[in-house]
Design a protein around this ligand. Sequence first.
Ligand code: AMP
Length: 308
Amino acid sequence: MSIVVVGSVAFDSLETPSGVRERVLGGAATHFSLAASYFTDVRVVGVVGDDFLPEHEKVMTAKCVDTRGIERAEGKSFHWKGSYLTDLNAADTLATDLNVFATFAPKIPTEFLESQYLFLANIDPVLQLDVRQQMKSAKMVAGDTMNYWIGAHREKLLPVLRELDVLLINDGEARMLSGESNGLRAAEAVLKLGPKSLIVKHGEYGSTAYFSERSFADGVARKPFRAPTLPLEEVVDPTGAGDSFAGGFYGYVASQPALTPEVFRTAMFYGSVMGSFAVEAFGTERMQRTTKAEVDERFLHLREMSHL
Ligand code: AMP
């Protein structure tokens, strides 16, 4: 099974209590792809500029990520600058330079069209919908969004939400999307907007899944489920934690024969595991050297820590 992911491939400038980095490889699709590559084949669709060098592409191809869907355009790659100096759980965006992203019109390569799993990473919802329409045969669609699209482009986002089997957002985004401050009410209101299921990420405190009546037939299976995160000694750079969670979650789902409640829950644990690696170093540094044995070890550790 393979996943097609569309989203940003970027250079990030980051400041956190652990230090500062300029223009390191990042982007939602990059972090997602690396994390999902531990579980299944991943095909990435995005756009980069002439500052994207063979050494950057190698970060992905070294994990067997198929990069044929990364378009090369004249100009600079998307650049994002974020700071976590006030809150390690929430980035302050200091700059968003769209560059080649400004005119991006994703085109799914013909070889990718038969993929059964589609992930719409954080990107303009108009493009998300367009990609969904190009990938008509995808049997499962999951996606992410961010406060910018929820606040300023809500009407463009709503049709995307109706296409999703799983929406992954954080607490703040769920509150913003629903207008509710209570977590449970916010989740119920978001589900009414159309996604079959919803995962709300609570930063270092884990994540909770909520299910609509269109998800599982069995009412017991539709009860909310909470997955914890691994306690870490140091969070160096939270960038990409959400995308790595999504990659671990969706990669595991795509590696399984069917989406059962058990698979969904196990996938959330793998999401937490992949998020835990992402934050241990700047950019993609930690994920580049993560081994499958480490993934398995952390999964067992998380399971032991959280089961009676
Ligand atoms: P997260 O997993 O939520 O920490 O996502 C971090 C990644 O999102 C960074 O590597 C950024 O390059 C990327 N990013 C930030 N802003 C945007 C945006 N407006 N559109 C697409 N990607 C973005």
